[in-house]
Design a protein around this ligand. Structure first.
Ligand code: NCD
Length: 461
């Protein structure tokens, strides 16, 4: 990875104060270039990015993300080059993403990438000489959608701290949700999950919310009587503490109080049909009838769009519907992000590590050595990228001292693995946390044996 270049692969590549700075710049663009008739729409242009070029590299369909990025760059006075159809680009000839971004880095000053594989943005960042912005990579993340979502709430005067945010639909496959829940937790909102059956948050996202973003989860039996639609509830860290200051209020009552409160935001998502074979029969459908309970009276309804039946069109004229404004804010938000990224002197390029930059140890081996990422949709399993990826994992401290491996590309976790020594050709060699340059990880003992390793008998804790 070229040093000093700023990439936005995850929402966690931005600090909270940087996110707020992007919002301030976006507010300024709306103030100075906004359409007087439609306050959420940019109606004029500037020359802030004159002479600069944005490349759109889209390997998956897109309307809002690509066109709002391109509109943003044109409104900034810059220019765009677009590759939006893999069938007409060199992918069709078998070119890797890694080679494509190396080449396109010479044609543009910033690249926005969309790709069907989880972790593609991080791989691209390893090969690019200009900033990569993740426009959605598989089911991993969609950080700029989250910027639009949070900015929309700010424009609606909804302050994230202690906001009750309900999220429904395909929480497993929606990359927008994965970026969104991290950001909500970081800004102190309460997250109420209402997944379609079998489409709960991925285990690694749930674990991160609890272990890294300090969310407290509330056991189902504590709220199911009150609100059976909610499947999981994440409470922000200081909430129980604040409430415990009220005499005679224990956590159970506190949760009851919270759930009797109104829902401030309802975020709807579509079934991600391109990622799963079929939807469960009872995919939640949100309409005026659903939202007629008193707790939804002042709810802002958001959706990243496109909608395909899960959000009734009759809501479009409802004052609680915010989703078309949310899509419009894609332009000022992306103007702000591009502006800050390309103006390195006072922009985001002086980034110093981001939210999630705690000292982490990297395990980095050739992809022919030991274990690969366990997520079958990870970019490391893309046949075109096999010469460009390595077996790279962050060593993460897990529960009760056990170590977890996090793929640096798709950020999914592996908890079960076997530790081996490549010099001695032995496995089960040491407890967690004692790794050396000769350490190799295998998925299981069988894989280690097949690679010619002998059992040393010292299993992980
Ligand atoms: C989202 C995406 O591509 O992940 N669309 C968007 O960028 N607004 C949501 C979706 O496709 O469901």
């Amino acid at each position: 990875m070229a040093p000093g270049i700023r990439h936005i692969a995850s929402i966690n590549d931005l600090t909270n104060s940087e996110i707020e700075r992007i919002f301030d710049v976006a507010d300024n663009y709306l103030d100075s270039l906004g359409d007087p008739e439609f306050k959420h729409r940019i109606g004029e242009s500037t020359d802030k990015a004159k002479g600069r070029i944005l490349a759109s590299l889209f390997y998956e369909p897109s309307t809002r993300t690509r066109l709002s990025f391109e509109s943003a760059m044109l409104r900034l006075g810059g220019q765009i080059v677009t590759s939006a159809d893999p069938a007409t680009s060199s992918v069709a000839k078998g070119e890797s993403l890694a080679d494509s971004v190396r080449v396109v880095s010479n044609y543009a000053d910033v690249i926005v990438l969309r790709h069907p594989r989880d972790g593609a943005a991080r791989l691209a960042a390893e090969y690019a000489n200009v900033p990569i912005i993740n426009g959605g990579d598989g089911a991993h993340e969609h950080p700029t959608q989250t910027l639009c979502d949070l900015f929309t709430l700010r424009r609606e005067n909804k302050h994230l701290k202690d906001l009750n945010v309900a999220i429904s639909g395909d929480l497993r496959g929606s990359r927008t949700i994965h970026s969104f829940v991290y950001a909500l937790a970081r800004f102190g909102a309460n997250i109420m999950l209402m997944p379609a059956k079998g489409m709960e948050l991925p285990a690694h996202v749930d674990a991160r919310l609890r272990e890294e973003f300090n969310c407290r989860t509330v056991p189902k039996e504590k709220y199911q009587r009150e609100n059976s639609a909610i499947d999981a509830l994440y409470v922000t860290p200081d909430k129980p503490h604040q409430l415990s200051l009220i005499p005679n209020v224990d956590i159970d009552e506190a949760v009851d109080v919270k759930l009797r409160k109104k829902i401030d935001v309802f975020y709807v998502t579509r079934f991600q049909k391109e990622r799963w074979a079929q939807a469960s029969g009872d995919y939640p459908k949100i309409d005026a009838k659903f939202l007629k309970e008193a707790k939804y009276a002042e709810t802002s309804v958001l959706h990243p769009l496109p909608r395909v039946g899960e959000l009734d069109v009759s809501l479009d004229s409802d004052s609680r519907a915010v989703y078309f404004r949310q899509a419009a804010y894609g332009v000022p938000i992306r103007m702000a992000l591009i502006d800050l990224l390309i103006h390195s002197k006072d922009g985001l390029a002086r980034y110093d590590g981001g939210f999630d930059a705690t000292g982490r140890t990297l395990y980095d081996r050739p992809n022919s050595v030991g274990m690969r990422c366990a997520n079958p949709n990870c970019i490391v399993h893309d046949p075109l990228e096999r010469h460009y990826t390595r077996n790279k994992f962050w060593l993460m401290a897990g529960n009760e001292g056990a170590q977890r491996l996090r793929c640096i590309y798709c950020e999914s976790d592996i908890e079960e693995y076997v530790v081996a020594n490549s010099k001695k050709h032995e496995f089960n060699v040491m407890a967690d946390g004692e790794h050396t340059d000769d350490t190799v990880f295998f998925r299981n003992e069988e894989d280690a044996r097949q690679a010619g390793y002998r059992d040393k008998g010292k299993k992980r804790a």
